[in-house]
Design a protein around this ligand. Structure first.
Ligand code: AMP
Length: 119
């Protein structure tokens, strides 16, 4: 697997070099609104650690980092007001997964019916 690219856009967001519309932050995780929302609600959840994707994090991240990412989700959907209406979590990985930004991120989509799982 190629090296983590510290110049990817989410790494720049974590360093405060470019702005974001923050929803939630803790010691391990940052969540912010996607700049090109695909549904009424479209949030991104990223670990603060330098992981390219779920494969990389699943192999290298600490248990605390991995748990924090999942534990953040209910807090974020509560803040977004979609906890009860439902939502979809997606993470794209690599070329065939359609990943554009090489820093692990969970997409949270909701606020309206999200539609078919795969088009
Ligand atoms: P993916 O294809 O899974 O890598 O998704 C990358 C996502 O990042 C897309 O939904 C983009 O709209 C989103 N995105 C790209 N740049 C930014 C940014 N500066 N702030 C917020 N979201 C972004």
């Amino acid at each position: 697997m190629s090296e983590y690219d510290p110049n990817n856009i989410f790494a720049k967001i974590l360093r405060g070099e470019i702005p974001n519309k923050k929803i939630y932050e803790d010691a391990y995780v940052l969540a912010f609104h996607d700049v090109f929302p695909k549904k009424k609600v479209h949030a991104l959840v990223i670990p603060k650690g330098a992981y390219k994707n779920m494969t990389h994090a699943g192999e290298k991240a600490s248990d605390a980092e991995l748990v924090a990412l999942l534990r953040a989700v209910p807090k974020i959907v509560d803040l977004l007001g979609i906890k009860d209406s439902g939502y979809r979590v997606i993470t794209n990985i690599g070329k065939d997964g359609g990943q554009e930004v090489p820093h692990l991120h969970l997409h949270i989509l909701g606020g309206e019916p999200v539609g078919h799982m795969v088009e």
